[in-house]
Write a new protein. Structure first.
Length: 542
């Protein structure tokens, strides 16, 4: 029997009994595949028991990464960087910043300028103190013309003293990026290297960081081994060794007892469903939505788009795709890690849908079961790429019940994306963007992106008031402005219905019961790896 509970935006499930997971979803979990070796870690010819907490038997946690040993390079920019390096702050409760490399800070009244005070006990793994000069060097590197990971126009900064630096951001995006995402690099080791060749620096293979774990050794294309940093400013981690394993089959590693926490596909979950050793975490990610191309005559009327939304039983769709009931249905861009709840969505109401369609002139005049207007049947192409195909087939059935005939065309992802960006579609099922609403609606890759010059989006959506509000919010640091923008966008989307939001893309992480201290949301587990530990709770063989 599956047991689930809602914790911090994620859903936790015990892998006992049957699990209905027939949807081939594309995983949105961008960061982490962890594992520890319950049967032991062969090192220097000796077998090390992971479950043993004695000082003579070090514990090892193995993480899987599909890339290679350049995982710590800014070119990859994945969460594994937090094993070796630290950012100024890390996420605390309620998405508030917790001190990390910066132990304190002051913020200007307008929210644009931050003065950070670095810890004086932070050291690089070679023993050299971490200073504000390292932050300055890192920012110069990332704003270098060869890289432009951060636009120079977005940020100004000034080193105040050895452990203090002041930054003024010109966009909220830059402020957040510097706080949370940028990790600090050692100036004394990198300042003489050519920035134009930084992708090829050997430093990324054998990094010297300031974080909880330090580099030990690596085997090309095979693994990188790290060890707990005894000089880590927050204290030596409880796990002695971390191993990044490159490539390999996750199912084999899990079932063979070599991995204890890993990203998992639905097919892997089916293999683990009766294995009492594992707990599964379900994570709602980026939503899938139907984009109605308003340049097509049948989709120009918002009441018609509303009717088509009312015709789709999204809660039943959730059940069919094994999405837990606790996950909310939404009619607008929504971050499932936020604490605020979206407004009540449009309900499933096929009778009301039929009335709205009739009012728009759609009637079944010839009795063939398909609505028509002015001699044209309500028939259209619904394009989709692989992971969204199963949902599209269910949508096709719902719409058919109210007389709209969707012809599902499953295409390659690149073909689908290009057709939708060039407006060469009637309607399309596509994965939407998450995060800041202004990035979602201004120049993003989303078909609803409203261009800054006021042109309509690829899906034919134009809303000047919404555009003005989004542009204003994109550069505003005023307290509460983003919440007000979110409420405004939700209201406009429920009125205009430029898209019908179907379901979130689900990610799954499987953890062995030995891995303790996992905090929610699970997607941030790498930030908190120094707080995990291994605890053997007895014989857990299946």
């Amino acid at each position: 029997m599956n047991r689930t509970d809602r914790r911090g935006g994620c859903l936790r499930r015990q892998c006992h009994g049957s699990v209905r997971l027939w949807l081939a979803v594309c995983l949105a979990f961008a960061g982490v595949i962890l594992g520890c070796s319950p049967t032991g870690d062969a090192r220097d010819g000796q077998q090390v028991a992971v479950g043993d907490s004695s000082a003579d038997s070090p514990t090892t946690l193995t993480l899987h990464y599909p890339g290679d040993e350049r995982v710590f390079s800014p070119a990859h920019w994945v969460q594994y960087r937090y094993l070796v390096f630290t950012s100024l702050v890390r996420v605390g409760e309620g998405s508030e910043p917790d001190p990390w490399l910066a132990e304190s800070w002051e913020r200007s009244e307008d929210g644009r300028t931050w003065t950070y005070h670095l810890r004086e006990d932070a050291r690089w793994h070679d023993g050299v103190p971490v200073t504000a000069a390292d932050i300055d060097f890192t920012l110069r590197l990332l704003t270098h013309p060869e890289h432009l990971i951060l636009q120079p126009s977005e940020l100004e900064w000034e080193v105040l003293d050895e452990h203090s630096i002041r930054m003024t951001a010109h966009t909220p995006n830059a402020a957040g990026f510097v706080q949370w995402d940028i990790v600090c690099f050692p100036k004394h080791l990198l300042e003489d290297l050519d920035p134009a060749e930084y992708h090829d620096w050997d430093f990324w293979i054998q990094p010297v960081g300031n974080g909880p774990f330090r580099y030990v050794r690596h085997e090309p294309q095979t693994f990188t081994e790290l060890e707990a940093n005894p000089d880590y400013f927050l204290g030596k981690p409880r796990i002695d060794r971390v191993r990044l394993r490159y490539g390999g089959q996750i199912a084999v590693e899990l079932l063979g007892g070599n991995v204890d926490l890993a990203q998992a596909s639905p097919s892997i979950l089916r293999q683990l469903q009766d294995d009492a050793r594992f707990v599964t975490y379900s994570i709602p990610g980026e939503p899938w939505a139907i984009y109605w191309n308003q340049q097509r005559p049948q989709f120009r009327d918002p009441e018609t788009r509303k009717a088509l939304t009312l015709a789709i039983d999204r809660r039943e769709l959730f059940e069919a795709l094994d999405i837990p009931d606790e996950v909310p249905i939404t009619d607008a861009p929504y971050d499932f890690f936020r604490e605020d709840e979206p407004p009540d969505p449009l309900p499933y109401d096929p009778e009301h849908a039929r009335k709205l369609l009739a009012q728009a002139g759609w009637l079944d005049s010839d009795g063939d079961g398909v609505l028509d207007r002015d001699g044209e049947p309500f028939r259209f192409e619904l394009v989709v790429f692989g992971p969204g195909a199963n949902a599209a087939v269910l949508v096709q059935e719902y719409l058919q019940r109210v007389g709209a005939e969707a012809e599902v065309q499953t295409l390659d992802m690149a073909v689908t994306r290009n057709r939708m960006r060039s407006s060469d579609f009637d309607a399309g099922v596509f994965r939407t963007s998450r995060g800041y609403i202004w990035l979602y609606l201004l120049g993003s890759r989303d078909p609803l992106a409203i261009q800054r010059d006021g042109l309509t989006s690829p899906a034919g959506y134009s809303n000047p008031q919404l555009l003005d509000a989004v542009v204003a919010a994109a550069s505003s640091f005023e307290s509460g402005v983003q919440a007000r923008l979110r409420d405004f966008v939700w209201g406009e989307f429920q009125r205009d219905v430029p898209a019908t939001y179907l379901h979130p893309e689900m990610s799954f992480v499987v953890a062995h019961r030995r891995v303790r201290g996992i905090e929610q949301p699970i997607s941030r587990v790498i930030h908190r790896l120094d707080r995990l530990w291994i605890e053997d709770d007895g014989d857990m063989d299946p």
